[in-house]
Design a binder for this molecule. Sequence first.
Ligand code: 13P
Length: 253
Amino acid sequence: MERLPFITGNWKMNKTVGEAIHLVRELKSAMSGIKGVEVAVAPPFTSLYAVHQELEGSSIGLAAQNLYWEEKGAFTGEVSPLMLKEVGCHYVIVGHSERRQFFGETDETVNRRIKAALTQGLKVIFCIGETLGEREEGKTFLLIEKQIEGGLRGLGDQEMRNIVIAYEPVWAIGTGKTATPEQAEEVHRFIREKLEKLYSQKISEEIRIQYGGSVTPENVKGLMNQPNIDGALVGGASLKADSFSKIVRFKEL
Ligand code: 13P
């Protein structure tokens, strides 16, 4: 089964509007003519509209980093699925470990966000991953299973077509400690098998599973060579056009 590789840059809380426009201009030129890989960037909310305008006519997609599940109303500080759609987002990242860690996200709130995003026609990058403590206690697979079951609860086959999963071991995020290709592959395979049990072989073969956690131009190829790793969710190395475009061009490295 051929799955189109998908590389996303998660800018986290970085870049002013001016800096975002500058980076995206550099990215457009660094990536012109590239084929056989899907690319998206996820700037902060404040830069989404400006980046959308800058991306017009380019094949780089736009993603938001979070959303709220209500349509509108008295929810100070939150942003709705429709608002994201309107500023040009194709994707939204949901359940990133930083949201789970610092902002109280649970499998249940992640599930509500995913459903709301899909209702508005946004595709979802659904993040899962274990902490170092959980890995050391041998609970990685248990935890991944729980996050998948909780996050995807109630979603049918059709909805799964608009989901990308990002496996991001928390201990590898921003630490420079990448999971080895074998360590990542082991979990990716487990995720695919779990999806086969929950859905079907077809869904599990079609779904793309990104790896995230200290991905760099140096390690991307080894990761992408694994049969069940279909892309990357890149943090730090997505903030510079040079390193991000090298990651996107991993086939040429
Ligand atoms: P780093 O690439 O900075 O480790 O971040 C990974 C990540 O959290 C992407 O969502």
